[in-house]
Write a protein that binds this ligand. Structure first.
Ligand SMILES: [Zn+2]
Length: 159
């Protein structure tokens, strides 16, 4: 039995046909998707997923907004009903994406000028400022891109 437990165990048609049905197949238990056809991911789908993430829209349908205001995220898509947080700890991947992007940008912004003998004080100022601000600025998109990446790893029929 997997340690991953679905956050929402209600049996709605969307959940039966999507993510949770696939999780059940992995463990070999539970209900299976009635049509049991694994959606395939095309390059066009991947581009569409990334575009939806860039615009902070629902990964599944591309119409519902992910955030109401600021950093407040909706629980479900207002258009298709897709539950954004798939399971407890789901956003750990988003934090990882946020960390990697921040570290790469800070490294590029500090290491390259340091290699060119730039003065230390501006480098520290830029590096520390970027290390604090970038995770905040990229927070919402990190979640959106994590959802897109999750859809690429676990394809779901897109609307
Ligand atoms: Zn949606």
């Amino acid at each position: 039995m997997s340690k991953m437990t679905p956050k929402c165990e209600t049996s709605t048609p969307i959940l039966e046909q999507g993510y949770l049905g696939r999780l059940d197949r992995k463990t070999g238990s539970g209900t299976q998707n009635p049509d049991d056809t694994e959606p395939t991911l095309t390059i066009g789908d991947a581009v569409r997923l990334l575009a939806r993430a860039l615009h902070l829209r629902c990964t599944r349908c591309g119409r519902g907004r992910l955030f109401s205001h600021g950093f407040q995220m909706y629980d479900r898509c207002s258009f298709c009903g897709w539950t954004f947080e798939r399971e407890e700890g789901y956003w750990t991947g988003a934090m990882g994406i946020n960390l990697v992007v921040t570290e790469l940008l800070v490294a590029c912004g500090v290491v390259v000028p340091a290699a060119m003998q730039a003065p230390l004080l501006p480098l520290l100022t830029i590096g520390i400022g970027a290390a604090i601000l970038l995770p905040i600025l990229f927070y919402r998109h990190a979640k959106a891109f994590w959802m897109a990446l999750d859809f690429m790893i676990h394809p779901v029929t897109l609307l």
